[in-house]
Structure formats: structure tokens, C-alpha cells
Design a protein around this ligand. Sequence first.
Ligand SMILES: Cc1ncc(COP(=O)(O)O)c(C=O)c1O
Length: 496
Amino acid sequence: MVQLRKWRPLLKLDDDTRLASYRKIAEGLVSAILEGRLPPGTLLPGTREMAQLLDVNRKTVILAYEEAMTKGWLVSEPRRGTFVNVQLAPKPLPCPAQPSFAPLLLDQPVVPYFTHNAQVVALQHRHGALFFDNGTSDHRLLPQAVLHRYYRHALRNSFASNTVRYGSEGTGYQLRCALAEMLRNNRGLTVTADNICLTQGTQMSLYLSASLLIKPGDVVLVERLSYPPAWEIFRRLGAQVVTVDIDDEGCRTDQIDRLCREHTVRLIYLTPHHQFPTTVSLHVARRQHLLALAAQHDFCVIEEDYDHEYHFSGRPYLPLASDRAQRHVIYVGSLSKVLGSTFRCSYIVAPTQVIEALQRNAALMLGDADAVAQTMLADLINDGELKKHLRRVSKEYRARRTVLRDCLDQAFGERIQVREPEGGLALWVRFEDGMDVDRLVHTALDHGLVVRSGRQFSPDDQPQNALRLGFASLNRDELYQATQRLAQAMNAMGTR
Ligand SMILES: Cc1ncc(COP(=O)(O)O)c(C=O)c1O
């Protein structure tokens, strides 16, 4: 199908009045071919359409095409049309010159977490490649018919009411109300819509919160292994990132106490429900100790509760933010683990004064949000659809966790240690000492498997003999295949 609209800007016609029109068109076509704007094989519009488009007589276009054909630039194929000759060597479009501000770009640090090597990028497009992700949900299990219905309804209402305006936050308010009710009922947070700021993802929530709190030189604590986007943000804002150890009960609050005596600590970032990446839940006594330390040393806690919904052993822990006496916690959540990462919806929960400041900054960064998606999400929460979906997938994810454990046991036996986490969508798998996990991850690529090395979660870039293996986005057969590929990679390294 030839898109006519694109031809006007493509054909730059000479305005020399002495030149015959057909010659101008023929030369315009040749220049477009020479400059790479019309690659070999491009189908040209029919002569009648081109004549209409250029507002010339059809005969003029026929002459122009013939002129270009006799010189070999175009070829005509019976019943198919006129094409740019495929035998011409393709001409790359010239690169634009370097911008004058290029030196500034050199100062921008590379964030390894977001930088994939060529092999990973190639695998992302290869059919049959498998990914052990950080623990994301399976988009194939989303209730598509329900989502279609709710999206259609939101779209229809949005257009019919004609109330969406730049700068008006109508649908955001509905979603904040729905989230506030959900957080009051399920997570014990004493909040209303005024305590919630909506963002387009956890990273944006972390960036906004951190930029409100951190000044260059401030000390920020993160766990020895932690979510890379978080500490990359803190560093980008000029913070000095200091690490705290983690053990089987979560982060070592005794060390936080010591660090608070050595430094003025501004902020600590934690994922206490299911520690990222090690999956450990923070022990109750340590939760209390942490809140007491925050009050004593007056530091802020950013509590990221990225997968609160999936807790398989007993009742989930209530967030630190649910403690009514505390005044130091900013709580960050997301709908991504339930609805997948397609609908970008994260939320920050904090006292109203903080929320007002965050919203002002969010508006600067984002302007307006997607009103239709917001309405749909609010309706899904209010009508209990989110809960229904969660109940259904939780059973499946729990079963997948068992499948992965069994596959790992069969493939690696004593060579690995896996501690059963209380919840979340990933396992933290430790390999025997001496195992070169970085090499294993690299070798796995040759077997069509992508997995992040544990080292990527270390703010100090320390090698780890462990991997975080998300089990929810792979079905049972894929889990088996992925584990086999990991085992094959280990075999290929000669360590078996
Ligand atoms: C710890 C953690 N936080 C946040 C996210 C992403 O959340 P969002 O989709 O809201 O950006 C992930 C994704 O895997 C994660 O592992």
C-alpha cells in the first residue's frame, strides 16, 4: 500500500521555471534516491495518484517516470507498479552532525542495569528465547475480555463526557480514591486520596521522592544487595550511598544504628516485605527497631512494597507505613505485579504536605496522565475485578514456584541452596562456592536463556554466587526448559 501523504515532503522539486515539469519530477525522484530517502525496492504511487498529488497533468508524471526508467533509477513491473530499482546499492541516510552540546553528554553516567549487551538484545527478538526475569507476572494470564470491556467503557465515557482537559486531574482523583480504599482495607494504611500521588511507575515514584529529600552529599543507606534503579537514582542526585548487610531476618538494623552514629543519615531505601533481590521478609523485631531508629535519628524510610500481593505463607506483613505512630515512612507501591508492566501505575503514599510537593513535581515531569487508563484501573479496583484476578493467578504462581524448585533440585541437586521465601514471584538461588555466576550468565546466552547476574544487584559491584529467578512469567514447560538451559550452560563451562 503506497502512502500518498509521505510523497510531498519526499519529492523536493526544483522551482526553476525554465525546466520542464517532467524533468523536475524525474530529478526530484533521482535526488531522493541518491540521498537515501527512497531506498531500493520502494513502490511509487501510480501515475494518476502522483499527478493528483503534485497537481500536474498525468502525462507529465508518465514522462517523468519514463525518464527515470531509461536511466535505470526506476523499474516497472507488470501489474505490480513502478519501483525504485532494487539493483541500486542502498544508500544509508547521512548521520546528522554531532550537536554542539555533545561534550555535556559525556558526563552522563551509564546505568548498567538498563544497558544490555548485543546478545541480550538479539535474544529479545528471537523466537524461543527464555528469560528468567526479576519476578514479573505473566501477561498471558491477564483477563483480556474483562480488560477490553473496562477499557472500552472508559474510552467511551471519556469521549462522551468531553471533560478531559489539560491540567484537570479528574480521573486521577477517582483512581486515588480507589487505591486509598484498597490500601486501608488490605494493608492497614490510614490514608485518603489526599495521601496518594500517582506516577507512571516505581522508578518515577522513587525519583520524585528522592529528589524531594536528598541534597548532594547526603548519606543514603541501601541494603548490600538491592534494586539497582533505586541506588542509581540516589547517586544521580548526588547522594553518598552506603550499604547495610542482610541476613536471614532481613536488613541488619544494628548496623543501621551504628551507621547513624557515624553519619547523618538522610534516607534508607528498603523492600521489607520481600527483600529485593534475596526475597527475605524483614523480621518483626527488626521492623520495630528500624522505626525506633528512624524516630531517634530522624531519617526517612522509603518503603518499596513492589509485590505485596503475593504472600504465600500465612498473612502478609503489614507495611511499616501502617504503624500509626510513625512519621518517617514514604510508601511506594505499584499495580505492575498484578496487571503486568503494561499499565504504568505506581503510587506514593505520604502525609498530605509531602504529597502536594510531589504532585507539583510530578506535574512538571509528566504533565497529564492517561485519563482512560486511570478510569479503567479505578473501575477494576472498585468492582473487585483486580482481587478476583489476583486470587486466580496467585494459585497458579504458587504452583509455578513449586515447579521451579523441583526443576532446580533435579538439575542442580546439592550444588545450589534455595530458601523458601514467604512470598514474591522469584527465588534467590545460591550456588556452591567458587561458582563463577557472571560466566554462567554469559554462557546461558549461548543456550538462549537471559538471566541477570546477582552482581548487578550489588551497589558496590561485588560478584555474587547467586541468581534471582522469577518464576511467574514462565509457564510450567518454560520453567523446565529454562532450568535445563541453565544446567546446559553450567555443563558447557565444565563445572559438572
Ligand atoms: C523491586 C522492584 N521494584 C519495582 C519494579 C517495577 O515496578 P514498576 O513497573 O511499577 O516500575 C520491579 C520490577 O521488576 C522490581 O523488581
